[in-house]
Design a binder for this molecule. Structure first.
Ligand code: FES
Length: 261
């Protein structure tokens, strides 16, 4: 008998937190995935997306512990699951156990789904068993007409919603930022783009402001509000919030490399 079967029979089946890495997955698709995961899994189940504005891994673990679960399996879900996240997840899980009373909760990390050749073969077989749809009646197109026109904006805000910034609160940060931009009346002057990882993950939540080339860490509403007022409205640089300036913005015209005609 396997460990899981033994646990199920003894009533100690761990709760399962499925984690997926799919930055552009729609809400509907996410809901369907969670329903499928629930149907296939004994015991309590949650599913989160590691990027974007979903509850972060830390928030989900907090919620499951608050529900009374003291043994939680974190299971990577979906193929391909990024290798970088597979190596990052155990450390975050271990860090979570050092917070508050979380050491009373056992965390387990499930295997990479891509290493199970049998399950991959079963997925391929199941996909191929379904009818394919012809595209002969579909109009040829590479995009919609409106996709040729850049929006008119003054500030380009690159807001990281990658998995590591998500652990540092990127989800609530993006909501706060949107609220503060609207409240200050500068929302329409900004092109706000959610990005994947742009590298300084440990500083999250972060944004990069262009064309200025300044990068900011904005950990709470007060910081977001000051960024909007001092930088976007008043034209300042809020140096205590800024942690980096891009090389291009540091280079004065006299330092710029000469171009050959
Ligand atoms: S996840 Fe945001 S900088 Fe890496």
């Amino acid at each position: 008998m396997s460990d899981d079967q033994t646990l199920a029979l003894s009533g100690r089946q761990p709760a399962t937190l499925f984690v997926i890495s799919a930055p552009s997955l729609s809400r509907g698709a996410l809901t369907r995935l969670e329903a499928a995961a629930r149907a296939a899994t004994p015991g309590p189940v949650r599913l989160i997306r590691l990027e974007g504005t979903e509850p972060s891994l830390v928030d989900a673990l907090d919620a499951m512990r608050a529900e009374g679960h003291r043994r939680i399996r974190v299971q990577p879900f979906g193929v391909p699951f990024p290798e970088g996240l597979l190596t990052w997840l155990p450390g975050v899980m271990a860090d979570w156990r050092t917070r508050g009373d979380n050491a009373d909760t056992t965390l387990e990390m499930g295997p990479d789904p891509a290493t199970d050749a049998g399950s991959l073969a079963a997925q391929a077989t199941a996909a191929l068993s379904r009818r394919a749809r012809s595209v002969e009646a579909t109009s040829p197109r590479l995009g919609k007409p409106g996709w040729a026109d850049p929006p008119d904006f003054e500030f380009h805000l690159l807001v990281c919603t990658g998995p590591r910034c998500a652990v540092h609160g990127a989800a609530s940060f993006t909501h706060l930022l949107k609220e503060e931009l609207k409240e200050a009346g500068v929302f329409d002057r900004c092109l706000t783009t959610r990005t994947g990882c742009i590298y300084p993950c440990n500083r999250g939540p972060i944004l990069a402001l262009y064309p200025h080339g300044h990068w900011y860490r904005l950990p709470d509403r007060a910081a977001v509000r000051r960024f909007v007022a001092d930088v976007l409205m008043a034209g300042g640089t809020a140096d205590d919030l800024r942690f980096h300036t891009a090389r291009a913005a540091r280079t004065t015209p006299s330092q710029a490399p000469e171009t050959t005609p």
